[in-house]
Design a binder for this molecule. Sequence first.
Ligand SMILES: [Zn+2]
Length: 171
Amino acid sequence: MELEVKIYNDPILRKKAKDVKEIDDRIIKILDTMKDIMYQKQGIGLAAEQVGLTEKLVVIDLRPNGKNEPIELINPVILESEGVYEEHEEGCLSVPGYYGSVKDRKQGVKVRYLDRDANEQIIETDDFLSVVLQHELDHLNGVLFIDRMSYARRIMFKKQWKKMHSKRGEV
Ligand SMILES: [Zn+2]
């Protein structure tokens, strides 16, 4: 399956994802391809919108023990969230070459999802994984981390992005 990473300004990144109704061969292939892309690009997470699809699919791997330990989330939902994660920098495979400070992440989240065998799973975390989950689930709602930066930083980003890409005629 051929999929490619969609870059900032692609309208697909602004679409809301739909529930996966049935976990069939196609969905499994998409998850496998998404993981391949995530590892190839050395990302830690990827949502379906980022490869041009509008289904609620996310893959994450923080490689906690130095080896691949992917989490595949189908139809993930945040059930609970609490606290405030300290301000930190985020990046995104769809916004290559840019890292920016995000301040309104929650410290802890409880997320419910289906795994590829259609079993319901729950993750409860207040570690960095919490932030990654929020970043990826935002993608499913058409939200980018850029949107969660301060107004001043967003303006700066847009200028910088234009500069970076006008050179190559990609504005
Ligand atoms: Zn992202």
